[in-house]
Design a protein. Structure first.
Length: 336
């Protein structure tokens, strides 16, 4: 575990910007360990509150036996985070046997908690979903995950969250349904549980990052964001989260929020139901030199038609969202 004067609950509630960690590949679509380490070093140097590894942005197919990359990528991130206080979050997916095995691996490697995807339990009853989280939480503390159905999630009603937040080992929730009503279901469940001071909320709503971070949902608010969007331009993402949490909204912050949403739409390929979202992240990292290319494990996974032009557009329009100079100054150190 990371050495820290704060316990895990305190560190989660302190929050901040948490990037969803991408996967660095060579042109042969094999792990590029040098650049995988460079990404972790970048996130630490940028001031990220932690990293989430083995999640959608890391590509779920790292678990495929043909690739066998789950353990290596978890190990690399854990090694690079070292003794820092950064949160170590491991993605866990699959039905119960797989989820328990992945949680055990994360525990063995020193991760703090697991972000549990319920995508594999798409047709399971609510009771089974709650018991799934409870069982995983007996191995490592759990971050619940409300993932939008468009990218593999399912609708999780208020009744589910009201029961889930009673699990003692559930210490955080990533709220990413891309739906205000469903976002409020989670917040209301936490408020009614009386555990608002124990459960940290992280936004994953790429279409409302700044609004989520600014809003006081008495009796609590979002501690930070855990986002694929924060895997790029991370230094500015860290600054943005600090700015949102600093106090009353300052002039221009709402405009900045809309600009970030526009940039995210291009990078994440919202026009094509997010098909090019991972490639969009990779393209920005490639331009900065952190990745050699935007290759994914699936050779068919790439930018959608017209997406490159959209990425070009937002890069020209919003230079203040980017941290190119920070990366350029330090890239040689991270690639050492």
């Amino acid at each position: 575990m990371a050495s820290s004067s704060l316990n895990l609950v305190q560190r989660l509630l302190l929050g901040g910007a948490v990037p969803a960690h991408p996967l660095a590949l060579t042109a042969q679509r094999r792990l590029d360990e040098r650049r995988q380490r460079a990404l972790s070093r970048y996130y630490l140097a940028a001031g990220a509150a932690g990293v989430a590894v083995g999640v959608h942005t890391t590509q779920f197919s790292i678990r495929d036996p043909r690739h066998g990359l789950l353990r290596p990528v978890l190990e690399i991130a854990a090694e690079e985070l070292g003794d820092s206080s950064a949160l170590r979050i491991a993605g866990v997916c699959g039905e119960l046997t797989q989820a328990l095995a992945e949680a055990k691996l994360a525990a063995d490697l020193g991760y703090d908690l697991v972000l549990v995807s319920l995508g594999a339990l798409r047709n399971a009853p609510e009771d089974a979903l709650v018991e799934h989280l409870r069982a995983v939480s007996e191995i490592l503390p759990v971050m619940g995950f409300y993932l939008q159905p468009a990218v593999g999630g399912r609708v999780l009603p208020f009744s589910f969250w009201r029961r889930a937040v009673e699990i003692p080992g559930l210490l955080a929730i990533k709220v990413a349904p891309f739906n205000r009503y469903q976002t409020l279901d989670v917040i209301r469940a936490v408020a009614m549980s009386g555990r608002a001071s124990e459960i940290a909320l992280f936004t994953g709503n790429d279409d409302n990052i700044v609004i989520d971070l600014l809003t006081d949902f008495a009796p609590g608010r979002f501690a930070g964001g855990l986002l694929g969007q924060f895997a790029v331009w991370t230094k500015e993402a860290v600054n943005l989260v600090k700015r949102c949490k600093a106090g009353p909204p300052d002039p221009g912050i709402l405009t900045l929020g809309q600009q970030l949403t526009d940039a995210n739409a291009a990078l994440f390929d919202a026009a094509n139901q997010f098909r090019g979202c991972i490639a969009g992240i990779h393209e920005v990292l490639r331009r900065q030199g952190l990745l050699e290319g935007r290759w994914c494990l699936d050779p068919n996974e790439d930018l959608s038609p017209g997406q490159m032009e959209e990425v070009d557009r937002v890069c020209r329009a919003y230079p203040h969202l980017q941290d190119d100079s920070f990366v350029a100054e330090n890239l040689h150190l991270w690639l050492t």
